[in-house]
Design a protein. Structure first.
Length: 197
């Protein structure tokens, strides 16, 4: 919600997060008229003072973090996130390219629909966001999945599993037990089960 220029920007951001609004205390749709009425009836100085307190707390916490989108290109290899300094993107061309991709996939990407989640033909997942949800430039993430199918021995060699744990899980799967496998959203939690069971 940072870098908003108008009530319309705020409304679009809130609409793009419609599924999460209830958990933030919103019971229904937030309209521009509701926001305008709130702005007219509340003393802005309350929020200005509170914002200054929050900014004072946040500044030292984020002093060394890059804030905003800087047109850089990052990739992950073997679990390590790396920046490629020789590649950068022009914001206008990136947005045009994202709109073309959205159209090719039968989806919309514009100010009223600033978020795009799609599966590409090769099975990769694409997530994109454009202003006003992100500022100052569009954001793009592509998650490619390996075509290699790891065996239990591969998982043990990589340190993902130990032999005793693999044997234990195989026994639980064979006996029909319910298992909960968790991990970060870039990990394919279902693959180890297929290999073990």
């Amino acid at each position: 919600m940072t870098y908003r220029d108008s009530l319309r920007d705020i409304e679009v951001c809130l609409r793009s997060m419609q599924g999460k609004l209830y958990h933030m205390g919103f019971r229904g749709k937030v309209a521009r008229s509701t926001l305008a009425d709130a702005n007219e009836s509340r003393d802005w100085r309350i929020y200005a003072d509170f914002a200054q307190v929050l900014i004072g707390i946040a500044r030292p916490l984020y002093a060394h973090d890059p804030m905003g989108v800087d047109a850089s290109w990052w990739y992950e290899r073997d679990g390590i996130l790396c920046q490629e300094p020789s590649i950068s993107f022009d914001a206008g061309r990136l947005r045009t390219g994202l709109e073309v991709i959205a159209n090719q996939l039968g989806k919309k990407l514009d100010e009223d629909n600033p978020l795009l989640h799609a599966h590409l033909p090769d099975g990769s997942r694409l997530a994109a966001a454009i202003p006003p949800v992100v500022c100052p430039a569009p954001m793009l993430t592509i998650r490619k999945f390996t075509s290699r199918h790891y065996t239990v021995d591969d998982l043990i060699a990589r340190g993902t599993l130990t032999r005793p744990l693999a044997d234990f899980l195989a026994g639980q799967i064979r006996s029909g037990k319910t298992l909960l496998i968790s991990g970060g959203n870039r990990h394919r939690q279902d693959h180890p089960l297929a290999d073990i069971g």
